[in-house]
Design a protein around this ligand. Structure first.
Ligand SMILES: [Zn+2]
Ligand SMILES: [Zn+2]
Length: 355
């Protein structure tokens, strides 16, 4: 298990947007207006000058009860359907077409999240045209990980306050000590934070650029439409290949429910496991870690210590042995002339931060 370290204030924020967020975080301290959680003694003892986020940086929940009910449904329904898929697998009722539909949908929506939501829209690690930005935004939205601007606001806040008060999903802040605290922290970072709106990133503060981008704002506002399209496509593929409604339902089961379950938990594992288990290659001042076995499933996002060291890098895998399918995709799109200004980190900068 990872040892807990003291977390010093960031020496350098490599992420452009996190820098914006950090600057915002350093705004005038309005102690009286701070929420109660903003000044816990333990944190003050560790970093006496650290103020935590201002109230304006925390997203005010809208229809909290409904939000939690929908989150509960999206979290609980896929595992139930995964059990049904497991039962069908046991009865040898899995077809090759179901496996193909699963793989196509997993790759398309997974890369939508990693290449689109994360590396393009959160960190601006490359530039592209409006149509490809819109396509990546739609594919990512089909993963049903929430409206994309909220996703980006939460993730930029994670980079601005990594493993400190203000991080929406750190396993290390305010969860107590010992094994119990560790398990509570991991549960919070994995899925619990989705139900807890105390530290969500305010969209206006953390993603004003995306709110002003008509393509991204449209996909964000029509989140439900794309989520449903992500279910209609596997049903349609099953129907088309298998020729029956039953084959369509099989497609929906594997390319819809099982795919959503798998991608959700791989994404959640970056927030939980990759801040807890694995190796640290660079000095980042936080608990981010590289977890090799998760890299192929997460399209390279599990090189998470590399990512926290160099957030704007389009490539999270930083050696030949660090498989990064998102980085390979971006390099291929660059060769095809579809993306440009791809951010790479010079060897000297890597060496300067290497442990
Ligand atoms: Zn992280
Ligand atoms: Zn990031």
């Amino acid at each position: 298990m990872a040892a807990r370290i003291d977390i010093a204030p960031r020496e350098e924020q490599d992420c452009g947007m996190a820098t914006v967020a950090s600057e915002l975080a350093e705004g005038p301290a309005v102690e009286a207006d701070r929420p109660q959680e903003a000044t816990p003694g333990a944190l003050d003892a560790r970093a006496p000058t650290f103020e935590g986020p201002t109230p304006e940086e925390i997203q005010v929940p809208v229809m909290l009860g409904l939000d939690r009910a929908i989150t509960a449904l999206i979290t609980a329904l896929p595992p139930l359907l995964v059990a049904l898929a497991g039962w069908r697998l046991w009865n040898r009722e899995l077809h090759l077409r179901d496996v193909l539909i699963f793989l196509v949908l997993y790759a398309a929506t997974g890369l939508g999240v990693t290449v689109g939501f994360h590396r393009l829209l959160t960190h601006r690690s490359f530039k592209t045209s409006g149509w490809l930005r819109g396509l990546l935004a739609i594919l990512g939205t089909m993963s049903i990980e929430g409206p994309l601007i909220s996703w980006v606001a939460d993730h930029r806040k994670h980079h601005a306050y990594t493993d400190r008060l203000g991080d929406p999903h750190s396993p290390h802040v305010d969860h107590g000590g010992g094994w119990r605290g560790a398990l509570r922290g991991l549960a919070h970072a994995h899925v619990g934070w989705l139900f807890d709106h105390a530290q969500r990133g305010a969209r206006e503060r953390f993603a004003p650029d995306l709110l002003a981008d008509p393509v991204v704002a449209f996909v964000d506002a029509t989140f439900l439409l794309w989520s449903l399209l992500g279910l209609a496509i596997p049903f349609g593929l099953g129907l088309l290949i298998g020729g029956t409604v039953a084959a369509g339902l099989d497609g929906l089961l594997w390319g819809g429910a099982v795919r959503i379950f798998a991608l959700h938990h791989v994404t959640y594992s970056i927030n939980s496991l990759c801040h807890f288990f694995g190796r640290r290659r660079f000095a980042t001042g936080d608990e981010s870690r590289n977890l090799g076995w998760l890299a192929p499933l997460s399209f390279g996002e599990a090189w998470h210590n590399n990512h926290h060291a160099f957030p704007t890098s389009a490539f999270h895998g930083m050696s030949r042995r660090e498989l990064d399918l998102s980085g390979i995709t971006i390099a291929a799109l660059e060769r095809a002339g579809l993306v440009w200004d791809v951010q790479r980190i010079a060897p000297e900068r890597r060496a300067a931060k290497a442990l």
